[in-house]
Design a binder for this molecule. Structure first.
Ligand SMILES: Cc1cc2nc3c(=O)[nH]c(=O)nc-3n(C[C@H](O)[C@H](O)[C@H](O)COP(=O)(O)O)c2cc1C
Length: 224
């Protein structure tokens, strides 16, 4: 069922970090992808290259990612380091981490439990499906990454409009070579992030997290 009330849809979306195993019907996944395809892009280049992984292939990917994670075999196409967040960005990032571990009931100093929680990323938080969002490398990549971001949000909203939960995952992009190898993707395609999706486990503590946003005055300057 589609819920087209935009305000409801955009406010209802949140990151889901525990999914039910129930797979989605292929026709539902296709309908979501048809919607996301309407995303805007620079010069209508539509540079998203999307790989949907389910079933046995997803199990194979999870196994390979957990192995790479355990061995510390990272392979990033684009840098990512939380230490690069300064000022208000660092404040927000820390608040998000604190709220998440509080929702899980994991203490700040409990390194082992935090590591286990982080590893859940590589199990796609038990989601039955994951979309890997690849892009071609063009220029300094920033314009293409903006297009992929547009596509990503369309995908999340197309999912939640149908009651399907999701979580975008940069962490999956930190093991780009592993993902490319399992999926047989060319080195020329760069992995920006993944989106795990499926029906949310409504009882799970991880899904009790509700993050607010700063007021628009923090982000918007009006010029008259
Ligand atoms: C591009 C992108 C990458 C993200 N990467 C991860 C990730 O690797 N793992 C994770 O658990 N959440 C990830 N998130 C989810 C964010 O933490 C989340 O969107 C943010 O804290 C706001 O919470 P909300 O989505 O529930 O509104 C990512 C979000 C975006 C937009």
């Amino acid at each position: 069922m589609i819920n087209n009330s935009f305000q409801k849809v955009i406010r209802e979306r949140r990151s889901v970090r525990k999914f039910l195993p129930t797979p989605l019907k292929e026709e539902v996944i296709r309908a979501v992808l048809e919607d996301a395809q309407f995303s805007p892009s620079n010069c209508n280049t539509q540079p998203w290259d999307v790989h949907i992984v389910s079933g046995a292939k997803k199990d194979e990917l999870v196994k390979a990612l957990l192995d790479a994670y355990e061995k510390g075999n990272t392979s990033l196409d684009f840098t990512f380091d939380e230490k690069d967040f300064l000022g208000k960005y660092s404040r927000r990032q820390k608040a998000q981490g604190k709220a998440y571990y509080e929702a899980l009931g994991v203490a700040r100093e409990d390194y082992e439990e935090r590591k286990k929680a982080a590893a859940n990323n590589f199990k796609m938080y038990d989601a039955p499906h994951v979309a890997l969002l690849f892009m071609p490398s063009i220029g300094d990549d920033v314009r293409v990454a903006a297009d992929i971001g547009m596509y990503g949000q369309s995908l999340l909203l197309a999912l939640i409009a149908r009651g399907i939960g999701s979580v975008p995952q940069t962490v999956l992009g930190m093991y780009a070579d592993t993902v490319r190898e399992v999926l047989g993707v060319s080195n020329e395609m760069k992995l920006l992030f993944g989106v795990s999706f499926g029906y949310p486990d409504k009882e799970a503590p991880a899904n009790s997290l509700r993050l607010g946003r700063d007021p628009i005055e923090e982000s918007v300057t009006f010029h008259r």
